[in-house]
Design a binder for this molecule. Structure first.
Ligand code: AMP
Length: 185
């Protein structure tokens, strides 16, 4: 099972991805989490990523692609994975295609949520978790970058016939239910 979960920041990807990965016994590969882990450990990669994350910009491909390539080579990812937050640009799609060496993703799920809802959730998360990239200004920039660079991936994966869109508004359990049905369909 090779899956990708997409959606604007604040759509609830991380929470849902953790459930799905557990359900299918596949690793949850989140680039945002990998960057934050690196930062917590004080690695050079983490320091480099922080400059971009704090501003709501994407970390350069020269840093991101290698990190994902290394992660997907690990033993637990050989029979499947759930990608969360990668690819995020058309160039990263091409990189991932290369990493998969002719194999396709089985499904790409887009969690949709309207902007008002997403901003409210992110501001709330900022209060609860204190993430540096959840300030008002940075949230706006992250949404802009998503619309410019990541939203085009929706039609790209739709044209490959592997895209499913799921309404991300509702309780965690409701959204989880919709996602499971969409993935199994
Ligand atoms: P996330 O936790 O998925 O919201 O990611 C947090 C931040 O990590 C993003 O705002 C970006 O700065 C960075 N990031 C995560 N994934 C990628 C990616 N695929 N390409 C570039 N930057 C990324």
């Amino acid at each position: 099972m090779r899956l990708l979960i997409m959606g604007p920041p604040g759509a609830g990807k991380g929470t849902q991805a953790a459930f799905i990965a557990e359900h299918f016994s596949i690793p949850h590969v989140s680039t945002g989490d990998l960057f934050r882990e690196n930062l917590a450990k004080g690695t050079a990669l983490g320091q480099e990523a922080k400059k971009y994350m704090d501003a709501g910009e994407y970390v350069p491909d020269s840093v991101t692609n290698g990190m994902v390539r290394d992660r997907l080579k690990q033993a637990d990812a050989t029979s499947g994975f759930l990608l969360d937050g990668y690819p995020r640009t058309v160039a990263q799609v091409a990189e991932l295609d290369g990493m998969l060496g002719g194999k396709s993703l089985d499904k790409v799920v887009v969690l949709s949520a309207d902007i008002e809802e997403v901003v409210a959730r992110l501001l709330n998360r900022a209060k609860e978790q204190g993430r540096a990239d959840d300030s008002d200004e940075v949230i706006r920039r992250r949404l802009e970058v998503y619309a410019e660079q990541t939203a085009p991936l929706i039609s790209l994966y739709a044209s490959r016939g592997i895209l499913v869109e799921v309404n991300g508004i509702g309780t965690i359990a409701e959204v989880n239910d919709r996602l499971m049905k969409a993935i199994s369909a």
